[in-house]
Design a protein around this ligand. Structure first.
Ligand SMILES: *Cc1c(COP(=O)(O)O)cnc(C)c1O
Length: 220
């Protein structure tokens, strides 16, 4: 299966999952995760109509997307990987959505940099739903306090929550937890679901799914 066939298959399964859950398929966005894939691999997917892409490294995105944007001005680029303080300026410049706001220092730096550049990417708070020590994200118990910090101390608007469930567990309790937390803190965006579980995530309320290998094939 090539990437365009993969894309069509994912779109079909997404629409089916949405309809089965009584949801409008138009309410769920597909973020095509193009990390590790070069422009030659991405171009057919762009030509097929996809405009929303996810990258996990600021540096890698800086190397490929400015050129692609000159041909497709309506691209929407999501940062889905960890953000370091020294990359905040580049991230604000490059990305339309930053899904990995995960600590106070980054929230402050984003607020400063967004004001400086007068550019306001949509922001998601990453939640470590499995409380995994090695994983980035705000612990579930701390989401309320962190949202307050973002909104009141930093003046940021937060569009939603994002999670990456533990690899070795059922994803559904993590998706359900993220949905509950989002409703408690009053945000509507839910970024959850990857290649192996995006249909389940849609059933549980995802407003955007992040799908890489089901479109582009396994990463080398
Ligand atoms: C790589 C990645 C994805 C896509 O994973 P696939 O299993 O290839 O669909 C989604 N979200 C994040 C945060 C990622 O790093």
């Amino acid at each position: 299966m090539n990437a365009v066939e993969g894309l069509r298959e994912v779109e079909m399964l997404m629409a089916r999952a949405a309809r089965d859950a009584g949801r409008d398929p138009a309410d769920v966005d597909l973020v095509c995760v193009s990390k590790t894939h070069d422009a030659a691999a991405i171009l057919p997917v762009l030509a097929a109509g996809c405009r929303v892409f996810g990258e996990n490294r600021v540096q890698e995105a800086a190397g490929k997307w400015p050129a692609l944007r000159t041909s497709y001005s309506d691209i929407q680029l999501h940062l889905i990987g960890p953000l370091q303080s020294n990359k905040v300026s580049d991230a604000v410049r490059l990305f339309d959505v930053i899904e990995t706001v995960d600590r106070e220092k980054i929230a402050r730096a984003l607020a400063d940099e967004m004001a400086r550049q007068n550019k306001f990417p949509r922001l998601f708070v990453q939640v470590n739903t499995g409380a995994e020590p090695q994983k980035a994200g705000i612990l579930p118990d701390e989401v309320k306090g962190f949202m307050q910090f973002c909104r009141e101390t930093c003046g940021l608007t937060i569009a939603g929550l994002m999670c990456i469930p533990p690899a070795d567990e059922q994803a559904s309790p993590h998706f359900a937890l993220l949905a509950r937390l989002a409703s408690e803190v009053g945000v509507s965006g839910l970024s959850m679901g990857m290649s192996h579980d995006f249909a389940l995530a849609i059933t549980l309320g995802a407003t955007q799914v992040r799908v890489g290998s089901a479109i582009f094939g396994a990463r080398g």
